[in-house]
Design a protein around this ligand. Structure first.
Ligand SMILES: Cc1cc2nc3c(=O)[nH]c(=O)nc-3n(C[C@H](O)[C@H](O)[C@H](O)COP(=O)(O)OP(=O)(O)OC[C@H]3O[C@@H](n4cnc5c(N)ncnc54)[C@H](O)[C@@H]3O)c2cc1C
Length: 448
């Protein structure tokens, strides 16, 4: 495990729902809903899914995906970007990156200057976490108030509000003892709780962190669904504990706080079943973000370095079985209790999307009933998102925003991820090419 852990660089992530009046990318340009087709006919083969994109956006997407296909560039892109930034200087670098990789994956900077920073707390060590809280509250406000944001969702990284070191320590402590969710809820409500195993300063920081999370919950409930990100296995148990406490407090009447399950982990199906059990025992609604997982290479390297068993499934096929199995569990629960269980099928994989759509049809789950929705990252697999939206499903694009500098780690992760999400990207490249060719032909011959 790396010896120095920094708080997550915070770049807010909105999840924008794709509707005819939704995100900038689609505003008023999405084709009207076609007659619904059966799931088996959802081939995601139609390049016209990109009709809302400009020429420049098509060319840029092709260029960026082409660059991402060179392993040498992708593997060293973090260093390359740092080096170029040193040579060009921060401003010139930002100007150079903005129209290309940045514009492909990031929605832009904040809508307006971030609201005045929150009242200072006594300890200056808390300031950066408070600044992150202010940005997140602004994100809740933007998600809720803008007309382009229907049934809004946002993503939350707990390590932007509670120190990663503390999350690692809590994870170690959780191997020895369980923490009562009620204690965390009381701490969120402002009670001074002494958590066993923590030093005085750790305990104080934890109390501040839980109060910050409480503010997010208070601001979001009945307005914006908050999807908590999963990160690394050496801190996920702490993140889940905190998320479950938030669910206990805020999910009594509906799923406003959601947790993430990374199906590349061998333990992920057990974790999901534990969460279902806990939600029944403690009577709260459960929201699930189902992903395959973004940190495979690092998890493996770390396990290897520490001589531990690899926590990640041995192959993509095993990860895939796990994803499908978890999806099946959730869809069955949703078909019986659509108010208690919710899922966002967060994947770019067409087969998984098709499977979800098929099972929804078989189980009689509404396309737009709010219990099942789909999620893709901005700039990735738009042909999947747009096709689903046109067929009347709830689809969200995960839309980070912030300065070039703040979003750099995110851009590096996206480039590296494009290497593992090969099938979807290759297909998107082909469809982009077809659409460009179709337009050129149209220009030359004048034929539609
Ligand atoms: C809305 C949204 C939110 C997200 N939130 C999170 C989050 O909180 N935490 C997080 O970790 N990720 C998150 N992700 C990222 C997500 O994990 C990746 O987008 C996803 O892993 C890519 O998988 P796929 O299902 O889209 O594509 P696929 O191409 O079907 O699968 C690629 C994935 O399979 C897995 N894989 C690939 N090769 C192997 C192998 N040899 N052995 C085992 N497994 C393998 C990896 O997870 C790889 O990323 C989020 C994505 C979206 C769209």
């Amino acid at each position: 495990m790396s010896s120095v852990l920094r708080p997550s660089t915070f770049y807010p992530i909105l999840s924008l729902r794709i509707t005819s009046v939704s995100s900038r990318m689609l505003a008023s340009q999405v084709a009207p809903l076609r007659t619904p087709v059966p799931p088996t006919l959802l081939t995601f083969e139609d390049p016209r899914a990109f009709q809302a994109k400009s020429w420049w956006e098509l060319t840029r997407a092709l260029g960026v995906f082409r660059l991402c296909s060179f392993p040498v560039l992708v593997n060293h892109c973090g260093k390359l970007m740092s080096f170029t930034r040193t040579i060009l200087g921060k401003r010139a670098f930002a100007m150079a990156l903005r129209p290309f990789v940045y514009a492909q994956f990031v929605a832009g900077e904040t809508e307006e200057e971030i609201a005045e920073s929150m009242e200072k707390m006594k300890s200056t060590g808390e300031q950066r976490y408070d600044d992150n809280l202010a940005s997140m509250l602004e994100c809740v406000r933007m998600s809720h108030h803008n007309t382009w944001s229907k049934d809004p969702m946002m993503q939350l990284k707990i390590t932007a509000l509670v120190s990663p070191e503390l999350c690692v320590k809590l994870t170690c402590l959780l191997q020895e003892q369980q923490y009562d969710l009620n204690l965390l809820v009381k701490a969120m409500d402002g009670e001074v709780i002494v958590f066993p195993g923590l030093s005085e300063s750790e305990n104080t920081h934890f109390l501040y962190g839980l109060r910050r999370l409480n503010e997010i919950g208070e601001a979001s409930i009945n307005k914006v669904r908050v999807l908590v990100d999963a990160e690394y296995t050496y801190m996920n148990p702490a993140l889940s504990l905190i998320t479950m406490a938030m669910m206990k407090k805020f999910n009594q009447d509906g799923a406003w706080i959601w947790n993430t399950y990374q199906c590349y982990l061998k333990e992920s199906r057990d974790l999901l079943l534990d969460a279902v059990r806990l939600s029944v025992e403690q009577s709260f609604c459960l929201g699930v973000k189902l992903v395959r997982g973004a940190y495979m290479d690092k998890e493996r390297k770390l396990a290897d370095k520490e001589g531990r068993a690899d926590p990640v499934h041995q192959s993509w096929e095993y990860t895939n079985d796990c994803y499908n199995g978890s999806l099946e569990i959730m869809l069955n629960l949703i078909s019986q209790h659509p108010q208690r269980y919710k899922i966002i099928v967060a994947t770019h994989n067409e087969e998984s999307v098709r499977k979800a759509v098929t099972r929804m049809t078989e189980l009689g789950i509404d396309r737009d009933g709010g219990a099942v929705c789909f999620g893709q990252l901005l700039g990735m697999c738009d042909h999947v998102s747009l096709t689903l939206a046109q067929q009347g499903f709830s689809v969200y694009k995960s839309v980070p925003y912030g300065s070039v500098d703040d979003t750099l780690p995110y851009l590096v992760r996206r480039a590296q991820e494009n290497r593992t999400v090969l099938q979807g990207i290759r297909k998107e490249r082909d469809l982009l090419r077809q659409e460009l060719r179709r337009r050129v032909r149209e220009k030359i011959t004048g034929a539609k």
